[in-house]
Design a protein around this ligand. Structure first.
Ligand code: DGL
Length: 290
């Protein structure tokens, strides 16, 4: 495995033999593992490469330019490693970088490769779930500021009221392995109460950051009964399965040995310890420089 991929945008990508391509899953850190787990549960036959940019996480409060640059570097690294398809398992990257990468970068990098995000599949699934037509979004500052969820939800269901609240402390709690600590209660309670105060009619709460399901015990504890909590993993996995069914030309490119390889920009020891807990299986990552 080449762990020093060339991320120079002018370097041609190595061509992939049909039946040998892998699916890349990218997140700023550990959060995308919540998506990877669901995808592998539904589609265990494929081969995956997970890339966590843990050394530069969190992305949530960075500017558009930085998030776009970091995300493009990660996508290029995954392409260099033989991925035909990359899922941005990160809402912040999906909100801030996906469209530019799809429209501006992919045509020159390799028009046959694909990059998909997590916002669209979540929005498509969540619209029909609300009875009050009041939806709450908990996400990073970057995702909230982008307005992507509100925009996409209104395209599908124009009468829905969307209330968004950023939870800047939640990702650091996960990245620093404090998600189950008593200290986390304070930050989770504060944000759940905060969003319910902004709109008491909310009956559906989107966890619009892939790190948040790791705080699920605490989120459930402070969410009023009757409010549905929506993590994204199962919707993203279902959307991927449908996408591959609709694109047989892409599906035939993919290798099917059921493996998963992990890359992190952090030291492997730190990554392995946390990822092993999150994935409930032994994780042995390689370090990568972007
Ligand atoms: N897990 C990511 C998301 O879904 C990013 C969190 C961060 O790095 O701030 O937005």
């Amino acid at each position: 495995m080449n762990n020093t991929p060339n991320t120079n945008p002018h370097t041609p990508l190595p061509s992939i033999t049909p039946g040998q391509a892998r699916i890349g899953i990218f997140d700023s850190g550990y959060g995308g593992l919540t998506i990877l787990r669901q995808i592998r549960q539904l589609l265990p036959q494929y081969d995956y490469i997970y890339l966590g940019d843990n050394a530069r996480a969190p992305y949530g409060s960075h500017s558009f330019d930085i998030i776009y640059r970091y995300t493009l570097q990660a996508v290029q690294a995954l392409f260099q490693q033989g991925c035909q398809l990359v899922i941005l398992a990160c809402n912040t990257a999906s909100a801030k970088a996906l469209r530019t990468i799809q429209q501006r970068d992919l045509p020159t990098l390799d028009p046959t490769r694909r990059v998909l995000g997590v916002i669209r599949p979540t929005v498509e699934a969540v619209g029909p779930l609300t009875h009050t037509h009041h939806i709450g979004l908990l996400a990073t500052q970057g995702t909230v500021n982008s307005g992507s969820y509100t925009l996409e939800l209104h395209k599908l269901c124009p009468d829905i009221t969307v209330t968004s609240l950023a939870c800047p402390m939640w990702v650091p709690l996960v990245e620093n392995f404090e998600y189950d600590s008593p200290g986390a209660d304070y930050f989770v309670k504060k944000r759940i109460e905060g969003i319910m105060r902004l709109d008491p009619d909310i009956d559906t709460l989107i966890l619009g950051c892939t790190h948040y399901p790791l705080l699920m015990n605490k989120i459930v504890k402070y969410t009023p009964p009757g409010v549905r909590i929506v993590p994204q993993g199962e919707y993203v996995a279902a959307a991927l399965r449908q996408y591959l069914m609709r694109h047989p030309e892409l599906n035939t490119m993919l290798s099917q040995r059921g493996t998963c390889h992990y890359l992190s920009t952090e030291s492997p020891d730190k990554f392995n310890q946390s990822a092993t807990m999150f994935m409930h299986e032994n994780v042995s990552a390689e370090q990568i420089e972007l």
